[in-house]
Design a protein around this ligand. Structure first.
Ligand code: NDP
Ligand code: AKG
Ligand code: MG
Length: 418
């Protein structure tokens, strides 16, 4: 396919998808990447350096990634034109090449463009945001037993208040929606109907069930003990409450779960191991204290979009911060890996921040591709660099006796420890 500004590498082949959604990964796959705004210029090159070294070491030249830069965010406005933040061909390439990775993209607060990150997830229907959170030995943590934190968040990625269906206070659109709600729907509890912004929270059965199905399947495939549905269903009954009910329905109808001690918790036998998998639910505010006080009791988490956003940063803090928390956005076929943190503009271009988050997102990508040996080397490298206390500022400021490393130097340390 001919692109306007994307340069397809001269060597390399596409990853393809089979009818059952499994993928075929050639030895020289072309992988699109978005550098990202802000600290994207620091962390993305560090990630590429680490991945190339791991692949070279694992396969001795037999396998190699051909990186293909695709543009989004501020860089796109330079490469295309000043109004093009998300070129159509970027979306096409990410879909076409099946597996990709991205740095963070800026979203202005209160006005301006809507989130490009959310747009990518919605346009490509990347309905699962998978964010594993585990502790690496030696990482400074505010909790007493960070080793107990070992959870995998499955965050619904396409619906909820996060979808951005909202209208600004004082606009004819906001006034029209409020008028409709009050006059036609009998809504009496909009406290200040004048100059009032208004948002909509769509949560569907289909959207919920496909997310919870993935979370439970992950627990089965990875021999995990429990799946916790996190919701605020006592207050938002027909959105978050329905999410909980539909979640339990999937457990019962598709995995054969039965009520545990009269319910509402359920359990079923993992068909692969015979071990019991518990499906439970916790209300979201309580969950935010549970993960601090009793992290060992939680394993796989299935939750709505906004809760998942909050929980993933909170959990990341328990194991060292968002500088080290990885993630993936997944549809049934397309996978786009991405750091959990944002563009941290005050550090942009300073070669300072921790590239761990996007490096570990790349580790997830290598595992997804079936390149397990290279993925294991990335983990070994990160573990080694941290054990040697050669770390970036975020860890160094909390670690005794640590040696402060720049972003690029930390990437070198990871490579040296593979
Ligand atoms: N998926 C995406 O692309 C995301 C994009 N964003 C966007 O990013 C922009 C900035 O958001 P903001 O709320 O400031 O959040 P950020 O994640 O960009 O930064 C918040 C703080 O987290 C710490 N931090 C972030 N990244 C790293 C890193 N790699 N290494 C070490 N520490 C790090 C820093 O803490 P300290 O100050 O303590 O050093 C930083 O000041 C917004 O426009 C937001 O919309 C936000 C989240 C995700
Ligand atoms: O899109 C954004 O700017 C923020 C997204 C975010 O915080 C997240 O997905 O974790
Ligand atoms: Mg976030």
């Amino acid at each position: 396919m001919g692109y306007q500004n994307i340069k397809v590498p001269a060597t390399g082949e596409k990853i393809t998808v089979n009818a059952d959604n499994s993928i075929n990964v050639p030895n020289n796959p072309i992988i699109p990447f978005i550098e990202g705004d802000g600290i994207g210029v620091d962390v993305s090159p560090a990630m590429i350096k680490v991945v190339d070294a791991a692949v070279q070491k694992a396969y001795n030249g037999e396998r190699k990634i051909s990186w293909m830069e695709v543009y989004a965010g501020e860089k796109a406005t330079h490469v295309y034109d000043q109004d093009t933040w998300m070129p159509k061909e970027t979306l096409e390439a990410i879909k076409d090449y099946v597996v990709s990775i991205k740095g963070p993209l800026t979203t202005p607060v209160g006005g301006g463009i809507r989130s490009l990150n959310v747009a990518l997830r919605q346009e490509l229907d990347l309905y699962v945001c998978q964010r594993p959170v585990r502790w690496f030995q030696g990482v400074p943590s505010p909790v007493k037993a960070p080793g107990d934190v070992d959870m995998v968040i499955f965050r619904e990625n396409s619906e909820d208040i996060y979808a951005g269906v909202e209208w600004k206070a004082g606009t004819p659109e906001a006034d029209k929606v409020i008028k409709f709600l009050r006059e036609e729907m009998g809504v009496k509890n909009i406290r200040f109907p004048e100059q009032c912004g208004i948002g909509v929270k769509p949560v569907s059965e289909e959207g919920t069930k496909r997310l919870v199905r993935k979370a439970i399947q992950y627990a089965v495939d990875n021999d995990r003990d429990s799946v916790t549905i996190v919701h605020k269903g006592n207050i938002m009954k027909f959105t978050e409450g329905a999410f909980k009910d539909w979640g339990y329905q999937v457990a019962a109808e598709e995995f054969g779960a039965e009520l545990l001690d009269g319910g509402p918790w359920m359990s079923f036998k993992n068909p692969n191991t015979g071990k019991e998998v518990v499906v439970k639910d916790v209300i979201a505010d309580a969950m935010l204290q549970q993960i601090l006080l009793r992290p060992a009791e939680y394993d796989v988490i299935a939750t709505l979009n906004l809760n998942g956003d909050y929980i993933s940063d909170a959990l990341a803090a328990e194991v060292g911060g968002i500088g080290i928390a990885p993630g993936a956005n997944l549809s049934d076929s397309v996978a786009m890996f991405e750091a959990t943190h944002g563009t941290a503009p005050k550090y942009a271009g300073q070669d300072k921040v921790n590239p761990g988050s996007v490096i570990l997102s790349a580790e997830m990508m290598l595992r997804h591709m079936g390149w397990l040996e290279a993925a294991d080397l990335v983990i070994k490298g990160v573990e080694g660099a941290i054990a040697n206390k050669t770390v970036t500022y975020d860890f160094e400021r909390l670690m005794e006796g640590a040696k402060l490393r720049k972003c690029s130097e930390f990437a070198g340390d990871v490579i040296d420890n593979m």
